[in-house]
Design a protein around this ligand. Structure first.
Ligand SMILES: N[C@@H](CCC(=O)N[C@@H](CS)C(=O)NCC(=O)O)C(=O)O
Length: 204
C-alpha cells in the first residue's frame, strides 16, 4: 500500500498520522499535485492529495474516505465504539475538516497576486476559523482527549487542523482559548504528530 501526499498538505497528514498511530505498513510517496506533470491526476481525477494506492491501479481519494478506510483496516477502528461517542467524534472531525478547508482557502487567496486578492474572502475565512476555535473551546470538557478516555479521530483531525493553522496562519489562538492549548500540547507531542511535521516547522 502507498500513500501519495505532499509534506505540507493537512489532508494528507491526517492519513499519515493515522498510519503512524496504527503502525500500518504503507509507503509514503511525496508527489506534488500542482505541477503540470504531476502523477496525481492519473490516480485521482480530482487532482488532489492524499491518494491511497490499495492495489494495482486501485486508488482511494478524499481524505475522509482514505482515513475511514485506514481506520477500518484490520477491523479495529479507533475508539469510541459506542454510537454516542462515534457521532461525537464525527462532530469534532467535521469541525476540524472545516477548519482545514478554511485555512487552505485563506492561504490560496493570500497567494494570489496582490491586485487580484479579495480581502473580504480572507476576512471571511479568518472569521470562520475564529468561530470554529471558539466552538472547540466551548465544547472541550477538559482532559487529555476530546471524546472519552482514548485518542480518537476527533483528536487526530482537530489536532492536524490546529497545527496547520500554526503553520500557515499563526496567530494568538492560545491567548484567546488557553484551555485548548492544554489539550493541543498533548496531541502535538505524540510521536505520530512529531514524525509527520512539515520540514523546517518548529512547534511554538
Ligand atoms: N477534499 C479533499 C481536499 C484535498 C486537497 O485539496 N488537497 C490539496 C493539497 S493540501 C491539493 O491536492 N490541491 C491540489 C489542487 O487543488 O489542485 C480531501 O479531503 O482530500
Amino acid at each position: 500500500m502507498k500513500i501519495y501526499g505532499s509534506p505540507f498538505s493537512p489532508y494528507a497528514r491526517k492519513a499519515r498520522v493515522l498510519i503512524h498511530e496504527k503502525n500500518i505498513p504503507c509507503e509514503y510517496v511525496i508527489e506534488d499535485p500542482w505541477p503540470a506533470g504531476s502523477r496525481i491526476p492519473a490516480m485521482n481525477p480530482l487532482g488532489k492529495v492524499p491518494v491511497l494506492e490499495i492495489g494495482p491501479d486501485n486508488y482511494l481519494f478524499e481524505s475522509a474516505h482514505v482515513v475511514h478506510y485506514l481506520d477500518h483496516l484490520g477491523g479495529k477502528p479507533l475508539p469510541p465504539a459506542d454510537a454516542a461517542g462515534y457521532w461525537k467524534s464525527q462532530w469534532w472531525q467535521a469541525l476540524g475538516n472545516g477548519m482545514i478547508d478554511a485555512s487552505i482557502a485563506r492561504v490560496l487567496e493570500s497567494r494570489r497576486p496582490q491586485e487580484k486578492q479579495m480581502p473580504e474572502k480572507i476576512t471571511r475565512e479568518e472569521a470562520r476559523i475564529a468561530r470554529a476555535f471558539a466552538t472547540a473551546a466551548g465544547n472541550y470538557q477538559g482532559g487529555q482527549y476530546l471524546v472519552g478516555a482514548d485518542f480518537s479521530l476527533a483528536d487526530l483531525v482537530l489536532g492536524v487542523a490546529v497545527q496547520y493553522i500554526d503553520i500557515r496562519y499563526p496567530h494568538d489562538w492560545r491567548g484567546t482559548h488557553p484551555q485548548l492549548r492544554q489539550w493541543f500540547d498533548g496531541i502535538a507531542a505524540r510521536p505520530s504528530f512529531e514524525a509527520t511535521l512539515p520540514p523546517g516547522f518548529v512547534r511554538p
